[in-house]
Design a protein around this ligand. Structure first.
Ligand SMILES: [Zn+2]
Length: 238
């Protein structure tokens, strides 16, 4: 019997140029989570499905996160066909990806988001993925740069976009904002976001909508942030 390959190709139609394309996925039985950072950056025993989340059409250069790949409107199509396709040199991103290959595809997605004027929360999500890729590589300067982009995009998304319709709920967004601010050492802002979530959880009507794990994680991160703030105060006063 042939050994089952952990990755496989699946075909679909590009929603921009209408050509048939292939994307690579990891079989779920090979996806084994071994850990997770506080900003949800995951670690896997072998195959990391995050590396395969950016889908790219080799014909027109359209690229998006797998969860929203088919969600393009008239204007998105127009922008990609007019501004990306003419400059695009055909490149194939199917098959096994290492971190550098994944990073390249996420950056193509980011470029697509800019050309399309996509929702801010999509920018936040892709910048966070790029930050994780740099974290996997141990390149913290670039990781920090993209964490900061992600924080700014999510912050604007929180104040400007209507969230209840989206895949990311308001409470998870508050937590992510708090955690990103904490990682960027914006401790006062981190405490404000975490505090917002704790206040919401004090309201029985809202509490039912918040995952209990999120409240626990928020309490832990408040504790860690307070410790960091104390240390910072000591360092300043010395
Ligand atoms: Zn296409």
């Amino acid at each position: 019997m042939a050994k089952l390959n952990p990755i496989y190709n699946s075909s679909l139609t590009c929603p921009v140029c209408d050509r048939k394309i292939e994307v690579t996925k990891v079989r779920s039985r090979f996806v084994k989570l071994s850990g997770q950072d506080e900003d949800f950056c995951p670690y896997y025993e072998t195959y990391n499905p995050i590396l395969y989340e950016a889908w790219v059409c080799k014909y027109c250069g359209y690229a998006a996160h797998s969860t929203v790949f088919t969600e393009v409107n008239f204007n998105d199509r127009k922008q990609v066909l007019e501004n990306i396709k003419p400059k695009w040199t055909s490149r194939d991103f199917t098959g096994e990806r290492d971190i550098d290959k994944a990073l390249e595809t996420f950056k193509i997605v980011l470029y697509n988001l800019q050309v399309r004027g996509a929702p801010l929360s999509e920018f936040g999500k892709i910048c966070l993925r790029i930050a994780w890729m740099y974290r996997y590589k141990g390149e913290w300067v670039d990781e920090y740069k993209y964490l900061k982009y992600s924080y700014e995009y999510y912050k604007n998304s929180y104040s400007q976009e209507y969230l209840s319709n989206k895949k990311l709920d308001e409470y998870t967004l508050m937590y992510i904002l708090g955690e990103l601010a904490r990682r960027l050492e914006l401790f006062d802002e981190a405490m404000q976001w975490f505090g917002k979530l704790i206040s919401a959880s004090a309201n029985p009507k809202e509490k039912s909508k918040i995952q209990p794990r999120l409240i626990e994680m928020t309490k832990d991160q408040i504790h860690i942030t307070r410790e960091k703030m104390k240390k910072k105060d000591i360092a300043i006063n010395e």
